[in-house]
Write a protein that binds this ligand. Structure first.
Ligand SMILES: [Zn+2]
Length: 467
């Protein structure tokens, strides 16, 4: 049975290059989205022009609400479901040791892990996050609970257990032996990769190889993970980790990593060059299905290498502010050609909602010093939270916008549920220039959006229940 959804549509059409998406913004104030019985976009355009064959179909009238592509969160931590706003840690490495390793260790208890899986999926639905790269728990039973609950809800997810083979005392419950790190990751791939359909091209569930970061593993682990990843690359398995997040002089993550490995760049550790002097010691973990979170303090050579390999960046400005990590330089990063998509990094970030990440991105990038400061175009913001995320996940051909034939992942926004949003949209100043007025409305929508305004969430044309 086909469906017709009516509302004010915004999306980024086609496949524009990052940094040049303003011309790809599509707005249909009196819009209609037609979903065929396979859950794909059959029509996106003006309500008056719905193809005749669909005019008798079931109509869902969301006016004066909005229809947006589902949000894509390219970096979020499942075992930190209850660890948002964790106080008392300071910056990254201290926060991990004092707040996060203890919080993640609680997932050793199966009932607690199940509770967290339920809560995590509820938060995702409430935030309209239809697809996500999820940094997983160290514990296989917790990952089983997460995949099972995600499948039950019908959400899209890429996830893998967090791998740690070395670390301080508070991380001890999260560590495994070298052999178990590889065995458990291999088992998770065997059990959950494309488990819902048996076909990577149609699956909603995918598995990633996820070392927490280079400081949490050994050279031996990186070597073995390189071998493992090389053996499963052609099955569409992903790689995910952190890169260049915190550079507090002397004790920050960037310096600590470069010192521990004696390498020229942090990226070298994921690129098979983890021996002293950045000598090659194994296979690279970079590629089209690799996403590295943060990349606040990259050298040009690292950005070039990421662009060359198709590796993407999960940009997490809310988290970067929360942990005092600094600001990813927008212009320089985009100019490198690397794909930049949005991530909440919950609980390093204290927000589940991707539009709030986009709001933070706008604020931090307009505040960059001198010539580096940029006022992000609203289309660039929408792109970063939707289509760029699909691209980072190497599934741009499947979802991320309302191009014909794509799988229909979308959210219905009802501004009346958030009075401040409703009034800003109704009373805000709009230019007489229609293109600028359109951009102003999209900006007001993205900046003012809060979770209660997400009225309905659809993945592949199927409405997802909150509970
Ligand atoms: Zn993170």
């Amino acid at each position: 049975m086909s469906q017709v959804h009516l509302g004010h549509i915004f999306h980024i059409a086609g496949s524009p290059v990052t940094g040049e998406v303003a011309d790809a913004l599509v707005a249909e104030p009196d819009g209609a989205l037609v979903i065929d019985d396979g859950g794909r976009i059959a029509y996106c355009g003006n309500r008056a022009d719905i193809p005749a064959g669909y005019r008798a179909e079931k109509v869902f009238d969301h006016r004066p609400g909005f229809l947006l592509p589902g949000f894509v969160d390219t970096h979020i931590h499942f075992p930190q479901t209850f660890a948002g706003d964790a106080y008392g840690g300071g910056q990254l490495l201290e926060w991990l040791e004092r707040c996060i390793y203890p919080a993640e260790s609680r997932f050793a208890e199966p009932e607690f892990a199940q509770l967290a899986a339920t809560e995590f999926c509820e938060r995702r639905v409430a935030a309209g996050t239809t697809a996500a790269m999820v940094f997983g728990s160290a514990f296989p039973h917790a990952q089983d609970a997460l995949f099972a609950e995600t499948q039950r809800r019908g959400l899209r997810m890429v996830s893998g257990r967090g791998i740690q083979t070395t670390g301080e005392k508070s991380a001890a419950p999260l560590l495994t032996t070298e052999d178990d790190a590889i065995r458990l990751t291999g088992e998770e791939i065997g059990k959950w990769h494309a488990a819902d359909t048996g076909d990577v091209g149609t699956a909603l569930l995918h598995v990633a190889v996820v070392p927490r970061f280079s400081l949490a593993v050994t050279r031996e682990t990186l070597k073995n993970l390189g071998e493992l990843y090389d053996s499963v690359r052609d099955r569409g398995v992903y790689f995910h980790s952190h890169l260049n997040e915190n550079n507090r002089p002397g004790t920050g993550e960037v310096d600590s990593t470069k010192q521990a490995y004696d390498v020229a760049t942090y990226l070298d550790t994921y690129d098979g060059k983890f021996l002293p002097g950045s000598a090659e010691g194994g296979k690279s973990l970079l590629g089209r299905r690799s996403i590295l979170a943060h990349c606040v303090h990259c050298q040009d050579v690292e950005l070039r290498r990421m662009a060359e390999t198709g590796t993407s960046i999960a940009h997490c400005p809310v988290s970067q502010q929360f942990l005092g990590s600094g600001t990813m330089p927008w212009k320089r990063t985009i100019a490198s050609g690397v794909t930049v998509a949005a991530g909440t990094d919950f609980g390093g970030g204290d927000e589940w909602l991707i539009p709030q990440v986009l709001s933070a991105a706008f604020k931090v990038h307009i505040s960059e010093p001198g010539e580096d400061g940029v006022s992000m175009h609203p289309a660039e913001m929408l792109f970063t939270g939707t289509l760029a995320g699909a691209r980072a996940l190497d599934m741009e051909s499947r979802f991320g916008n309302f191009d014909l034939g794509k799988e229909a992942d979308f959210v219905v926004v009802d501004p009346a549920r958030v009075p401040s949003l409703e009034s800003a949209l109704a009373q805000g100043i709009r230019s007489e220039d229609s293109a600028l007025a359109r951009d102003q409305t999209l900006f007001a929508l993205l900046m003012g959006l809060r979770e209660p305004a997400i009225a309905e969430v659809y993945v592949r044309g199927r409405r997802i229940d909150l509970h």
